[in-house]
Design a binder for this molecule. Structure first.
Ligand code: PHE
Length: 447
């Protein structure tokens, strides 16, 4: 199948699609961010709120995106345009604005995402003993952070890894890689879990993650959980629309959405169990900051039996998770250029990838730019994209298209479709709007 004009390319198998979508969802968000925000907001109660957010906001939006992609059959902008073309000029404007914003989000997120993925590669080589570490995790991180050349080298390496996969297209590039990557990723995680069962701390870890202490729950925790439910499921920027568009069959949307969300949640929780087991076995405190994975864990790994290998396995896990997510971020932009602008895939991929690589260099050199892009995208652009997609699918897309995925389920499907429609029309937009507003710190409890 060809990319660009002619027959549109797609995934060869449903397994390939699920692995790609789950690979997009499972990323730094699951293994790096979820554990530290859980630490920050006190464990169990936060996990409970997070699960509720996945169910109430994440899953409904996941359906909205998959439906857009499968019924629209194009990149995020093209699919939106195709499905809301009957809503007049307003519909057209909403489609254009939402589509372009989604493409921009993919571009901006990948720039700093790749820098963090580069850190994971650096740590992987440190674990193997090929690069010398500092005396403590903090020193190791500090030395890397202070040396632009080191960050530059790994960021470049990671971008090339990502570009070469996307340039080869869906079946021959993305599907081929993710269907190997994801099972290995789960395998590494299971091995790590078995390992910590021997080294201890699992009981304490489970208690920390699953025993809710509601006194620790703040309004901020709700907002963080809500915001993270977007990021972790790759929602609000068209990744699921784009991947969804490479699958022809629109009857399996409900099932696919559930599988992707469950895989993502399960892997985040599993990573949490492993990480906190290491923390508690080492008598450390669950670190409350971004340093958990890159500063605290390395210190703990070295004290463990075979720690060097465990550490290497852990950072390999992080690299694989980031890689399959980065592929989807780049694919959103490339699909837009291929579908809408008629560019050849390799050209679109190398040019976009090159520009993102340049922006990544600015990020690693200027931490303020890094922070700005991180905040702009996760606190603002993704929620806004999600809000618009929910409104577009809930109110502007024709009923037939909207409910296509539920039809296959018979009477149960009708009921599900009705419930889901009102959730995407009202509940999701209201909750998402709250996240956006909280980003501007306007609520009384934020004063
Ligand atoms: N879901 C990815 C993660 O958890 C991040 C991501 C966001 C990837 C948006 C693609 C699109 O790390």
């Amino acid at each position: 199948m060809s990319d660009g004009g002619g027959v549109r390319a797609g995934f060869a198998t449903r397994f390939g699609f699920i692995m790609a979508a789950a690979g997009s969802a499972v990323g730094l968000g699951n293994i790096w961010k979820f554990p530290y925000i859980t630490g920050e907001y006190g464990g169990g109660a936060f996990v409970l709120v997070y699960l509720a957010c996945i169910l109430l906001v994440g899953l409904p939006l996941m359906y909205a995106e998959l439906i857009l992609g499968r019924r629209g059959g194009k990149s995020v902008l093209g699919s939106l345009r195709a499905l809301i073309k009957d809503s007049g000029e307003v519909g057209e404007d909403v489609a254009t604005f939402t589509g372009l914003m989604a493409v921009a989000s993919g571009f901006l997120i990948l720039a700093f995402y790749s820098v963090v993925a580069g850190w994971a590669i650096h740590y992987f080589f440190i674990s193997l003993g090929l690069i010398t570490a500092g005396a403590t995790g903090e020193e190791t991180f500090g030395a890397m952070f202070a040396n632009d050349w080191v960050e530059f080298a790994w960021h470049t390496c990671f971008m090339i890894m990502t570009i070469t996969v996307v340039a080869r297209g869906i079946e021959g590039g993305i599907e081929r890689i993710v269907k190997r990557l994801m099972p290995i990723l789960v395998g590494i995680l299971v091995l790590l879990l078995i390992y910590v069962c021997f080294t201890g701390g699992v009981g304490a870890s489970l208690e920390f993650l699953f025993k809710p202490d509601f006194s620790k729950l703040s309004a901020d925790a709700f907002m963080e959980a809500l915001g993270h439910s977007f990021f972790t499921l790759s929602l609000g920027m068209g990744a699921m629309v784009t991947y969804g568009s490479y699958v022809k069959d629109d009857t399996a949307i409900v099932r696919d959405g559930v599988i992707i969300a469950i895989l993502d949640t399960f892997i985040a929780l599993l990573a949490g169990v492993v990480i906190f087991a290491v923390v508690f076995a080492g008598d450390a405190e669950p670190a409350k900051s971004v340093g958990l994975v890159f500063m605290s864990l390395p210190d703990l790994f070295v004290t463990m039996p075979g720690g060097q290998f465990v550490s290497a396995a852990f950072f390999l896990l992080l690299i694989f998770a980031a890689w399959s997510s980065a592929i989807s971020l780049l694919e959103v932009v490339v699909a837009w250029l291929v579908d809408e602008k008629g560019l050849a895939r390799p050209v679109a991929t190398w040019v976009t990838g090159g520009l993102i690589w340049l922006l990544g260099i600015v990020c690693l050199h200027t931490p303020a730019v890094f922070d700005f892009l991180d905040n702009l995208t996760t606190k603002f652009l993704l929620p806004l994209g999600g809000l618009l997609i929910a409104i577009a699918v809930g109110w502007l897309v024709a009923k037939d298209d909207r409910e296509a995925g539920f039809k296959a389920l018979g009477d149960k499907g009708d009921l599900l479709a009705l419930g889901w429609t009102w959730v995407v029309r009202i509940v999701t937009p209201v909750l998402v709007l709250a996240v956006i507003l909280s980003g501007f710190e306007i609520f009384p409890w934020q004063q």
